[in-house]
Design a protein around this ligand. Structure first.
Ligand code: DC
Length: 205
């Protein structure tokens, strides 16, 4: 049986952790769609034209070692405004979403554009300051000199680009359940998300 869980929201809201844990809880497959845009961004930084990079993306590109760096995140957010880049990635995401056995996809436009018919939709948010702080704590592990104000500026710039682009901008689907994780730990956020999905899953079976 196909069952799609769409998780959207801004950068560093906790979508990744939540999506992985939800997928594990229900035994569903998980696709971090940001990784597709990051892989295209990384190829652009390596000199490949972005549309061509998206059209010829391979599994190897998705396991490149530098995909989590701030430089690649920035490049991903830039290639993500290009309509032809987004179009090249649609079929793969839709096929993944409808695979047998259930799937969780996290990104920016899953509930609105990729899977408007998803059985469960969550829009995960947190304030820019909380998100920047989480990102900063992560970055500091590898770089003790990481500066909070710079990270906050990057988070806001990425929000602005993701929300104000013409092609598939970041916004909650009308039927998405909003989950603000500003004051929630991962356990509480996961419990709330499980509740939402459980209800839909029960009625779909
Ligand atoms: O979720 P992330 O930080 O890995 O995403 C990196 C960039 O990719 C993000 O700034 C916007 C873009 N993106 C998108 O436009 N649509 C998606 N479904 C996922 C990511």
């Amino acid at each position: 049986m196909a069952f799609t869980v769409a998780i959207d929201g801004p950068a560093a809201a906790g979508k990744g952790t939540l999506s992985k844990a939800l997928a594990a809880h229900f035994g569903f497959a998980h696709l971090d769609t940001g990784l597709l845009y990051r892989a295209v961004g990384a190829r652009m930084l390596a000199g490949v034209e972005p549309v061509e990079a998206a059209q010829t993306l391979t599994a190897d590109d998705l396991s490149a070692p530098n995909l989590r760096t701030p430089q690649v995140a920035e490049a991903a957010s830039k290639v993500a405004v290009i309509g032809a880049v987004r179009a090249a990635l649609v079929d793969f995401q839709r096929a993944f979403a409808r695979r047998d056995g259930g799937a969780v996809l996290d990104g920016r436009d899953i509930g609105t554009v990729i899977c408007p018919e998803a059985e469960a939709k969550l829009f995960v948010t947190a304030s820019p300051e909380v998100r920047a702080r989480r990102r900063w704590l992560e970055l500091r592990e590898g770089d003790p000199a990481a500066d909070f104000e710079t990270v906050l500026g990057d988070v806001k710039a990425r929000d602005d680009r993701d929300m104000n682009r013409a092609s598939a901008p970041l916004r909650p689907a009308e039927d998405a359940v909003r989950l603000d994780t500003s004051d929630l730990g991962i356990e509480a956020a996961l419990a709330a998300a499980i509740k939402v999905v459980e209800k839909r899953y029960r009625s779909a079976r």
